[in-house]
Design a protein around this ligand. Structure first.
Ligand SMILES: CC(C)(COP(=O)(O)OP(=O)(O)OC[C@H]1O[C@@H](n2cnc3c(N)ncnc32)[C@H](O)[C@@H]1OP(=O)(O)O)[C@@H](O)C(=O)NCCC(=O)NCCS
Length: 183
């Protein structure tokens, strides 16, 4: 994927030099907890293995791309496919901004909009879905801003901090994306 450039961020392929930064994010509760059951690299070796897998494109259906800030090229997080299915023309998207100082500044929205452009305008997908745990109000709001609709919930899907949390299923269809981008 070539660089996909927005106003404040761009998406690029992973580089081996991203390993250290990714590894540092594993302990940040304000990031990690909100991702629900997402499995973070626990060791430097696991972080390296993750990044090498992205660099070598070993699993194109689950590939992630780095989110970088335009003004200084800082690597802020990643976004990518969760099970890209070109035959059924759908995928889920996973997104994480790991740089805590960059949360709630609209960068997630911008990154997701760039990614949706690739999904619908280049890959010709029909549907993009995502999942978010119910307490993640920030994520939910970001996805609603990008046009995702709530489609249902898996009740008590995730146990953490002494209680069960629902997993909300969201999605955006091609027609909805096209209508919103022409508005
Ligand atoms: C989810 C995530 C990608 C969103 O990106 P972001 O850049 O922080 O989000 P944005 O700034 O584009 O939008 C967040 C919105 O939620 C709002 N918000 C923030 N905290 C909130 C809260 N506690 N309750 C309700 N809304 C909240 C913000 O005000 C903003 O809405 P607005 O633009 O209408 O003011 C990012 O926060 C993140 O990576 N978080 C940690 C990991 C994570 O949750 N990953 C996603 C798992 S599904």
């Amino acid at each position: 994927m070539p660089h996909i450039v927005g106003d404040r961020v761009y998406l690029r392929e992973y580089l081996l030099s991203d390993v250290e930064t990714l590894y540092q994010w594993r302990t940040l509760d304000e990031i990690v907890w909100w991702t629900g059951s997402y499995v973070w690299p626990e060791s430097l070796e696991q972080a390296r293995a993750f990044v090498e897998a992205q660099v070598n494109n070993v699993d194109p259906a689950n590939r992630k791309f780095a989110i970088c800030r335009r003004e200084d090229d800082k690597y802020l997080g990643h976004i990518g496919y969760e099970y890209l299915d070109l035959r059924r023309q759908n995928t889920e998207v996973g997104i994480v901004i790991g740089d805590v100082t960059s949360l709630s500044k609209g960068l997630g929205e911008e990154s997701l909009r760039l990614f949706l452009k690739v999904c619908f305008e280049e890959l010709n997908l029909h549907r993009v879905g995502l999942r978010v745990i119910r307490p993640n109000k920030r994520g939910y709001r970001c996805y609603r801003k990008c046009g995702f609709k709530e489609e249902g919930a898996l009740r008590d899907w995730h146990y953490s901090r002494g209680q069960w949390h629902d997993l909300i299923l969201m999605g955006i269809l091609r027609d909805e994306y096209m209508a919103a981008s022409q508005a």
